[in-house]
Design a protein around this ligand. Structure first.
Ligand code: GCO
Length: 470
């Protein structure tokens, strides 16, 4: 089973067996017109560890991903060079601007700014992002910087299990706001805290590679707390920042069958921990029941006021729905299920289902006060291969078109959606999948680093320039 993206069974939802969860895909109305509004953001997203390389350059400290065992990476690779974007960022910017995109979501590596996670600021690390930001602005591309895309400084003892990490994150965010905020106006605080918490701490499939379900409490709550503290810290030094955060939102569905009601309860348990453990504290100021029971050991008085910060936008990362089933033999009776027979599958064997994106967007509208939303990631991989990329990637164009129809339809239904960032610009190092998974609009020759646009690059560029979904 692919543990990087598939719905995973959580050993955490013993109390999940109550209530009902939404079940199954719901069709959405096709968009009435195919013109996106003026000013809509069209961009690509990336993350520091997946593209930068240059792990030893200019005083960068180690991150938890630097020491993640290579035998847990499917192709045994590492990210020592990746896209070498640390040195070749000007090529990335030229590709982005050359396609007519007006925004770029990248992430800042915390260990480049604060090599020990706290304390002394590394000027050379700041300079790199300063150069990148200047290069983007010079080409009319708005920088959107994620503060934490999983490359936690290794020096922070205990990682997210330790409450102190949340405080240090607040300090780091303040440094970024103070030192880059004159030109960097858009901040994405966290990337997919759920993925980091579950795959990194329960399944060990991602760094820090731990397999201890009791760590979920800290991994969830201390990331939420860090988010709140960092927003407060950044607002205390600048009042002109647009601040949001990004979540991996997945509709939780069931496999059906005669155990249907029990399966639906399993799906609800998953939903509470994966989606609502992050949405509810931020927008509603409280954890849902199962997540609350889980985090109570680390929750302190006053925390929820810090966690519930007004944000300017929510970033939605969407790839696929998840399927869950009740299983007496599984931890807390919760196990992943396969998508229904006959479902169209992506390279990760996940259900290709734009209706799931529409469902997520409708949920935000109905249950969370219709926040301003940017789609901060969406995309699909070429078929897994250690060979070259698929340059004539018609399947990707088709995937994008259908998911953007879901976005436009949600907008016509009243969702406040301001932009779409495709994951990703250039094929890069896909965590536990290594280089065999390729999500880019642009291919990269790994031996030379030379970038070659795929067919989808031209298609997306046309969309970015015209705003018309052909
Ligand atoms: C994630 C990360 C990205 C991935 C992308 C494709 O969501 O896992 O944000 O780093 O590379 O999602 O799986």
């Amino acid at each position: 089973m692919d543990m990087t993206r598939r719905g995973v069974a959580l050993g955490v939802a013993g109390a999940a067996l109550a209530g009902c969860a939404p079940d199954g895909a719901t069709a959405f109305a096709p968009p009435r017109d195919r013109q996106f509004p003026q000013g809509f953001l069209w961009g690509v997203a990336s993350s520091s560890f997946q593209i930068e390389g240059a792990l030893d350059a200019d005083g960068r400290g180690q991150s938890i991903w630097d020491v993640f065992p290579r035998d847990k990476i499917h192709d045994g690779s590492d990210a020592a060079i990746a896209n070498d974007s640390y040195h070749r960022y000007a090529e990335d910017v030229a590709l982005i601007a050359g396609a007519g995109m007006n925004a770029y979501r990248f992430s800042i590596a915390w260990p480049r700014i604060l090599p020990s996670g706290a304390g002394a600021v590394n000027e050379a690390g700041l300079d790199y992002y300063s150069r990148l930001i200047d290069a983007l602005l010079a080409r009319g591309v708005a920088p959107y910087a994620t503060l934490f895309h999983w490359d936690l400084p290794l020096a922070l003892e205990g990682g997210w299990a330790n409450r102190d990490t949340a405080l240090r994150f607040g300090d780091y965010a303040q440094v970024v706001a103070e030192r880059l905020g004159d030109r960097l106006k858009h901040i994405v605080v966290l990337n997919e805290a759920a993925v980091h918490a579950v795959l990194g701490h329960v399944y060990g499939a991602h760094a820090p590679g731990l397999t201890d379900a009791s760590l979920m409490a800290g991994a969830i709550h201390h990331q939420n707390l860090a988010q709140g503290l960092s927003i407060q810290a950044m607002r205390s030094v600048r009042n002109d920042l647009t601040i949001g955060t990004t979540m991996a939102l997945m509709p939780a569905r069931t496999a059906g069958g005669w155990l249907g009601p029990l399966h639906r309860m399993a799906a609800q348990g998953f939903d509470e921990v994966w989606n609502r453990a992050f949405l509810d504290p931020l927008f509603l100021g409280a954890y849902p029941k199962i997540a609350r029971d889980m985090v109570k050991s680390v929750l302190r008085e006053g925390d929820m006021e810090i966690v519930r910060q007004p944000i300017d936008f929510l970033g939605v990362n969407y790839y696929a729905p998840t399927y869950m089933r009740f299983d007496l033999g599984a931890p807390s009776f919760l196990a992943p299920a396969d998508p229904p027979a006959g479902s169209e599958l992506d390279a990760f064997a996940r259900h290709v289902d734009p209706s799931g994106l529409h469902e997520v967007l409708a949920r935000l509208r109905h249950q969370y006060g219709n926040p301003r939303v940017y789609i901060t990631e969406n995309g699909c991989s070429d078929a897994f291969s250690d060979g070259p990329a698929e340059i004539d990637d018609q399947f990707r164009i088709d995937f994008l078109r259908r998911h953007l129809e879901a976005v436009k339809s949600a907008m016509e239904g009243g969702s406040d959606i301001g932009g779409y960032f495709h994951w990703t610009l250039t094929d890069n190092w896909e965590w536990a999948e290594g280089y065999r998974s390729k999500f880019g609009l642009v291919a990269q020759d790994r031996a030379t680093g030379v970038r070659t646009p795929k067919a989808s690059y031209a298609w997306f560029g046309n969309l970015a320039r015209t705003g018309v979904l052909d």
